[in-house]
Write a protein that binds this ligand. Structure first.
Ligand code: COA
Length: 181
């Protein structure tokens, strides 16, 4: 039996080990890490998948970031990921389960647009993330533009141009409105 639990209920060291296994120990240099530098993962949108013995099989973390223009316009976004599944348990639905759990809470609580850097074949096909609206975005590091994805609800809009960066501290107080599950 597999359960999703708040990520804070598993040791940070276990999550770090899982991420090393899934992405490699050089993962910290990735652009996504620069995007959320200094941020804390949003508790209500971050989960661990554990088996009946309590062993960690997968995890998802989501982070408060924002997009800003030189003229000072700022909009909040949520960075999704890393999403990781233990290599010996991949391709068995766990990744989908983790992403769906975060999206379900986000949708229910009217959270900001969710974005990520990842495989469009996966995040587009299963969850509706798309690169169309991100063509004018700038990120603090190298990125394959096909992998810069956002998920918008019908009618929801996001700034077409701007620099992605960690969310300013003042804006983070809004995150407390997201109730833990
Ligand atoms: C990417 C990841 C989170 C997916 O989770 P998962 O539990 O293995 O995958 P799921 O069981 O949810 O989904 C399986 C389906 O997604 C597809 N899929 C899995 N990873 C994929 C990827 N990187 N790109 C495209 N499709 C992918 C599988 O082919 C499968 O499709 P099918 O149902 O038609 O056979 C997981 O494999 C992982 O942690 N990988 C290591 C990290 C990584 O490479 N991330 C790259 C994406 S950012």
């Amino acid at each position: 039996m597999i359960s999703l639990v708040p990520i804070a209920s598993v040791p940070t060291s276990s999550v770090e080990q899982l991420l090393d296994l899934a992405f490699g120990t050089d993962r910290h240099g990735r652009t996504a890490y620069r995007l959320r530098e200094g941020m804390h993962a949003i508790p209500a949108l971050s989960f661990a998948a554990i088996d009946a013995d309590g062993d960690l099989l997968g995890s998802i973390q989501c982070w408060p970031i924002e997009i800003a223009t030189p003229s000072g316009a700022v909009e909040p976004l949520i960075l999704v990921g890393p999403v990781a599944v233990r290599p010996d348990r991949q391709r068995d639905g766990l990744g989908r389960k983790l992403v769906e759990a975060a999206l379900e809470v986000a949708d229910r609580t009217g959270a900001e647009p969710m974005m990520l850097i990842g495989d469009a074949d996966y995040y587009g096909r299963f969850f509706g993330f798309m690169a169309d609206a991100t063509a004018g975005w700038q990120v603090p590091g190298p990125v394959d533009r096909d992998r810069l994805l956002v998920r918008l609800h019908p009618g929801q809009q996001v700034m077409a141009e701007g620099l992605l960066r960690p969310r300013s501290l003042a804006a983070q107080t809004d995150d407390r409105q997201l109730r833990p599950v």
